[in-house]
Every structure is written in C-alpha cells, then in structure tokens.
Design a protein around this ligand. Structure first.
Ligand code: FES
Length: 84
C-alpha cells in the first residue's frame, strides 16, 4: 500500500505519493507542462535529473525550484506558470 501526502498546486489540494518528486506529483495530477518559455512554448519534465531546468516552479515561495529533484512534503505549496 502506498502512502500519500497532500500538497497544494495553484491553490488546489493534490495527493502525492510519499517520496515522489514534485514533478511526478504534477504529472500524476494530469499536468504535462507547468511553465512556458519566453516564446510561449510549454515546458515540464524533460531530463528528470536536475540538469535542464525545464521543470521549474515556485515551491513554498521560492521561484525557479527544479521540481524533478524536489521531494513532496505535507502542505508543500507549488505555483506553476512561472517565468522561464
Ligand atoms: S526535468 Fe530537467 S531539471 Fe527537472
């Protein structure tokens, strides 16, 4: 049995598997892209290992956090749609 925690994404509660990355929680909630480039192209998970910075979001008020290398925690707040 997998345990879950609840995080907040853009003000909405989202269940996430304990130990999962924020990027995986976003994908499992149905999001495939959560920011756009300066030219308006969608970006989300790409490398998955913290190298490309395509997956960034604002996490607990900190902008530019790489969601693929950030582990979910109860009450963690994620804001998508940040600047490139
Ligand atoms: S997907 Fe490349 S840094 Fe997160």
């Amino acid at each position: 049995m997998t345990s879950t925690v609840e995080i907040e994404v853009d003000g909405q509660p989202v269940p996430a598997r304990t130990g999962a990355s924020v990027a995986v929680a976003l994908l499992e909630s149905g999001r495939v892209a959560w920011r756009t480039t300066a030219s308006g192209r969608p970006r989300g998970l790409f490398c998955g290992i913290g190298v490309c910075h395509d997956c960034t979001a604002t996490v607990d008020g900190v902008p530019g956090v790489r969601t693929c290398v950030t582990t979910v925690a109860p009450g963690l707040r994620v804001a998508t749609g940040g600047a490139p």
